[in-house]
Design a protein around this ligand. Sequence first.
Ligand SMILES: [Zn+2]
Length: 83
Amino acid sequence: MTAHADCSKCEELLQPFVDRNLSDQERLTVQLHLEGCPYCARCYRLEEVLWKHVRSCCDEQAGIEFASSELKQKLSELRTPLV
Ligand SMILES: [Zn+2]
């Protein structure tokens, strides 16, 4: 068993890793790689933040929809030429 998977393999597994969608063996592979690779560790943190953000958006779907319809309204007002 190799101690380190390469970055492309890690990248491939990162999304399912964040989704908790991997086997124990795959999870371990990613974890080991992240510990030894600052680049992938940074990618992982970004993915995780993004994922949590998406999750919290889904939880507040109604609020988001309200905010975005208000935003559209504002944008269309902005787009109206001032005459
Ligand atoms: Zn890497």
